[in-house]
Structure formats: C-alpha cells, structure tokens
Design a protein around this ligand. Structure first.
Ligand code: SF4
Length: 383
C-alpha cells in the first residue's frame, strides 16, 4: 500500500503518520462484519478492530463517537479479504482484516465458548482478563474513567473468572489452530495486597505447563516485590505495570482509585522488577490525551527508558458507555510530537519492541510507536 497524504498534494504519507491518523480519527466500515469480531468493553483499550496495512496489524477505533465521523472509510472486503481505504472519498490503498480465529469455534467440556475465555488481539496475540471484576470499578468515584471492564461481563461476552485449566486449554488450541505467538494476561484488581499477582502466577504456570507460549502478565504493583520472582518462576516472560497517566494530578482526576498507588511506588516496583525479568521485559502503558502534556509524558519516558522499562505510549480512545466516552482523542500531531522523540530514547537506551518476549509492547498494534522505532533505527538516529 502506498498511502497518500491529501493535505500535501498526494505525496506519500509516512506509514507512522497514517497510523496516528487512523488511531485518532478511527474508521467508518461499510461492512461492520468484516474480519474478526471487534472488541467492545473489557479491560484497557477497546471498541477497536484489527486491520492490516503495509504488513502491519494495527488496532483502529470503529465503535467510538469520533469513528462515526471519521474521514477514513473502509469498503466491503473482496473475496480475498482485501478492502479499499479512502480519505474524504480519495482512495489511498488497500487494507485487509485478520480472519476470525479458528479457536473461537470451540467450547470447553462444560459448554463455555473459548472466545469468552480469551480473544485474539492484533494478528497473533492471545489476550485474556483473568479476573473480570475490579475493586476500582465499584463506584463512579473510584473507577478508572476510561475503563469498561464490567461492560463485556454485563453483556455476557466473557466470564468473571477464568480458571488456570480453562486458560491452558484455550491457549493450547490457539497455538495449534491459529498460530498465536504470545499471550497477554491482564486482570482486574482483586481485594488483597498482591493486587492480582497470585492469580496471574497460577494462570501463567498452568498455560506454560500446557504449551510453550511466551506470556506477559499485567497488574498493579503488588505490596511485596517478591511477587515478581514468583510470577517469573511460574512462567511469565514479561511484566506490564501500567501507569496510564504520568502526573499525580491527572491520575487523581482520571483514576482516583488507582492513583492511590503513587507514581513513586510504580518506580520502586519497576526498579525491583527489571532485574528479575530483564531490561526491556518490563513495560508500562501510557495513554496520551488524558491531560498530561507532551513534556510530562516525555519526561517520565526518559526516566523509564533509562532504567530499562519500555513505555508503551498509545493514543487514548474513548470507549462508549464510560465516563470518558466524549473525551477527545489526541491529535495525530500530538502523537507525532511524542512518539518521534520517544523512539529516539528507545534507540539510545537499546530498548526494542521486537526484543520484548510477549505483550503489548511486542504486539504494538495499539500505537504507531514501533513504526517510529523502525524508521529511527533505519535512519540510525533520533527524530
Ligand atoms: S497492544 Fe496490547 S491491548 Fe493492543 S492489541 Fe496488542 S496486545 Fe492488545
């Protein structure tokens, strides 16, 4: 595909800029059933659909308010699953949709569809929310305002607690039938001081006993740093502890419950976890567009990259039905102003998404960051 930039007289648009635009504006789909089912609700980013352009699979908003007015339109796929994409009526090229995975057709012996236990993310990532409830989700005053962890549960698209045996069964099938390459295990935060580390430990152990699949576990910093070694010994290859926002003010406003765990506690946990998992195998998710300035985000990314933590910066996408459903997405220019310098920091500190063993930083579908990384290393410098 040779994307063109209508704003610059049909000069080719760099792929990373096109991804920023698609993730900021979303796309309108002529055929909403094209490709694998889109994700609605759930923990973390949602209301996206995976589409492949220039050989890369990216998650693009399709069910959000901005997407309904997006200048980008994806036509109905042809017999080969290819669709034309246009901007304001001008055809830019072709995209395709990853197909519905085969493991979605199976159910456990007790009748639970595998797709309620884990889902395909991007092109080759198996993702699950081990515990679909969260102490932070109980009241409007505590909830993370971007999160929809309860929506998919209420709609019956998932089950509350995925057992280790269920996860192992689905992971094995997803590897054998669909060739998934790594797995993301996230969790709502349960009551108790381990903040989910215990259920992630038992889940990782069960999956690893069934199939050789790299796993990233994601949780809040547990009370005791000894959990990092336990999770790693159980089979977790990578760890995500997600700041979501960088400054205490924005964190307190957007996620009053989770903000009780301070940024400094996150840094203490990163410091303890990096020697266990290795440089670049610990990551954090930062949602750009929640109120932190470019400088706030780059400052914290500088600190993170120097200590060997991969900051996966993604554009905030409002999810329908959440308190932030009308919050605007960040502009493509704002994302460009962060991801360019961040790719330079990653290059300077030797952190690469392709070296991450499992998880969001490796998948990269929710951000253009890995495309900036590739551009930067090809140019051998910082932008
Ligand atoms: S980056 Fe993470 S949340 Fe986004 S599609 Fe990939 S695995 Fe899922």
């Amino acid at each position: 595909m040779k994307p063109m930039d209508p704003a610059t007289d049909l000069q080719p648009m760099p792929t990373e800029h096109l991804i920023n635009e698609l993730q900021s504006y979303g796309v309108r789909l002529v055929d909403p059933r094209a490709g694998a089912d889109s994700r609605r609700g759930g923990a973390g980013p949602s209301d996206h659909k995976a589409l492949t352009l220039d050989g890369m699979t990216v998650m693009v908003p399709v069910h959000t308010a901005p997407a309904f007015e997006s200048p980008y339109l994806v036509e109905k796929p042809d017999a080969y699953g290819r669709s034309r994409i246009s901007r304001d009526g001008l055809v830019l090229g072709e995209v395709s949709f990853p197909l519905q995975p085969k493991f979605y057709g199976l159910s456990t012996a007790d009748g639970i569809p595998y797709s309620k236990i884990a889902v395909l993310h991007g092109r080759d990532v198996l993702a699950t929310t081990v515990l679909q409830t969260c102490i932070r989700y109980q009241s409007r005053t505590k909830t993370c305002q971007f999160c929809a962890i309860g929506q998919s549960l209420a709609a019956g698209r998932t089950i509350e607690r995925k057992t280790p045996a269920q996860l192992a069964e689905v992971a094995k099938a997803a590897v054998e039938l669909d060739g998934v390459k790594h797995m993301v295990m996230t969790t709502g935060t349960p009551p108790g001081k381990d903040r989910g580390a215990a259920i992630l430990t038992e889940s990782a152990a069960a999956v690893k006993a069934a199939v050789n699949l790299p796993i990233q576990v994601q949780c809040e910093p547990p009370d005791d740093d000894a959990w990092f070694a336990r999770m790693h010994a159980a089979g977790a290859d990578a760890l995500g502890m997600h700041l979501e926002a960088c400054t205490e003010e924005v964190r307190a406003a957007i996620m009053p419950g989770k903000a009780q765990v301070s940024v400094e506690r996150y840094f203490g946990a990163f410091e303890a976890a990096v020697p266990v998992f290795g440089r670049g195998q610990v990551s954090t998710y930062i949602l750009a567009g929640l109120g932190d300035s470019r400088e706030d985000i780059l400052k914290i990314c500088d600190r993170l990259t120097r200590m060997g933590v991969y900051p996966f910066v993604v554009p905030f996408v409002p999810i329908s039905g959440t308190p932030l459903e009308s919050h605007p997405t960040p502009s493509p220019a704002f994302m460009n102003s962060i991801l360019g310098p961040l790719a330079g920091m990653l290059l300077a500190t030797g952190l690469k998404s392709i070296d991450v063993k499992a998880g969001c930083a490796k998948c990269g579908a929710c951000s253009a960051l890995s495309t900036y990384e590739r551009q930067n290393s090809a140019q051998g410098g910082c932008s």
